[in-house]
Design a binder for this molecule. Structure first.
Ligand SMILES: [Cu+2]
Length: 391
């Protein structure tokens, strides 16, 4: 992001050095006799310069600038703000535009305790009634039609979950978030879903600052950065397409499938592939598949559509719905030791934050082709098949 500013800044510095050198170069010798008149004239000029009023610098007209929230479509996601650091003038307004299929927020959380911002919280009746998405994360601090918020550095201003779809038939989609900044300073924000992995900042300069980038400069920088990140994810998908195998018990094979790639050794950590790799796997009856994950994913086999939703909204009178977390997704299900196509199997979350560990295994004996999905990212297309061949 700093690259945007280095060229004009460097040009200014070089310009100043060149001007200074010119001013000092080979002064023409002039002989001046210092008479009383000359002294008086010098004093007059010096006093004039000292007492002359400073030139008035008019503030620039306030601007509206657009920044992007995330990038990528469907199973390709870049969890970052573009640009990550945005330099503006006091008085400017920033419009963040949702640019992803992954869940994100833009949230300024100055003074809000971290424990108030957890993703899941107990239902109003207590944890025995289950858990729901924290309303602080889910809903915007400014509802449709309300005036644009002015942020001066304190308190909570948040987009809520962005969505391309309208939440109700006559409500516009929550796909932008707008804030006006009136006070110079550095304002940090983050996505409350991806937390410290998705930081952003708005650097507000004075209303008369001239070294802030134009929208055109911002867009050029952002486009190049997104293109390079997308290329990295495509390369990682290709590299991760084959299953690793090892010998299992009784001459069977253990097949290792990746659930998602969030692998800093091959990809920029901001990029993520929401795919099973390989997506379609053929094994022999008796083999075992081991899914491993570095993100928040499930392995779910559901013989009875419709598939379970991750979040089930429960309407509330006089307020936004309660976004209950579906226990069918959140609680593991293994009704038999070996896969049974007639039953519901669910790993629940496997990944770094899972109590059940970062992997989940299932042995297959019955031949056939079986569909499965990640119950969190199914709508983005995180689906796979296991084809079991008779021995
Ligand atoms: Cu997933």
């Amino acid at each position: 992001m700093k690259r945007i500013f280095s060229y004009p800044y460097r040009a200014l510095v070089i310009g100043a050095i060149v001007l200074g050198a010119c001013a000092r170069a080979t002064p023409t010798p002039v002989t001046v006799e210092v008479t009383k008149e000359v002294q008086t004239e010098v004093t007059r000029i010096v006093e004039m310069e000292v007492t002359a009023p400073a030139p008035v610098v008019e503030p620039e007209a306030p601007r509206e600038l657009t920044a992007l929230v995330g990038a990528g479509l469907e199973t390709t996601t870049i969890n970052a703000f573009f640009p990550e650091s945005l330099h503006i003038r006091a008085g400017d307004t920033v419009i963040w535009k949702y640019n992803s299929d992954e869940l994100h927020t833009v949230s300024f959380v100055s003074g809000i305790p971290a424990e108030d911002l957890l993703f899941a919280v107990p239902m109003p009746g207590g944890p025995e009634e289950g858990f729901m998405v924290n309303p602080m994360l889910a809903f915007p601090t400014r509802f449709p039609g309300a005036p644009v918020e002015v942020y001066s550095g304190d308190g909570f201003a948040s987009s809520g979950f962005f969505s391309k779809e309208p939440p109700a038939p006559d409500v516009p989609p929550n796909d932008t978030f707008t804030l006006t900044f009136d006070t110079p300073g550095v304002y940090k924000y983050l996505c409350l879903v991806h937390e410290e992995f998705m930081p952003g900042s708005v650097v507000v300069e004075s209303a008369t600052a001239t070294d802030v980038p134009s929208q055109e400069e911002i867009d050029g920088q952002v486009e190049a950065e997104i293109d390079s990140l997308l290329a990295g994810i495509e390369a990682a998908k290709e590299a991760g397409g084959a299953a690793r195998t090892e010998l299992g018990p009784n001459d069977t094979t253990l097949w290792h499938v990746k659930a998602g790639i969030l692998d800093i050794t091959t990809v920029d950590p901001r990029g993520e592939a929401l795919e099973f790799l390989p997506k379609d796997l053929t094994i022999q009856a008796g083999d075992t598949v081991v899914w491993g994950s570095t993100g928040f994913h499930t392995i779910t086999f559901d013989p009875a559509p419709p598939p379970p939703e991750f979040v089930i909204p429960v309407p509330q009178e006089g307020g936004p719905p309660l976004l209950t977390l579906n226990p069918e997704v959140g609680v593991p299900a293994r009704p038999s030791a070996v896969y049974d196509p007639a039953q519901y199997f669910n790993s629940a979350d496997i990944g770094p934050f899972s109590l059940g560990g970062a992997s989940w295994a299932l042995t297959f004996e019955e031949p056939g082709t079986f569909d499965y999905f990640c119950a969190v990212h199914r709508e983005q297309g995180m689906k796979g098949t296991i084809t079991v061949e008779a021995p």
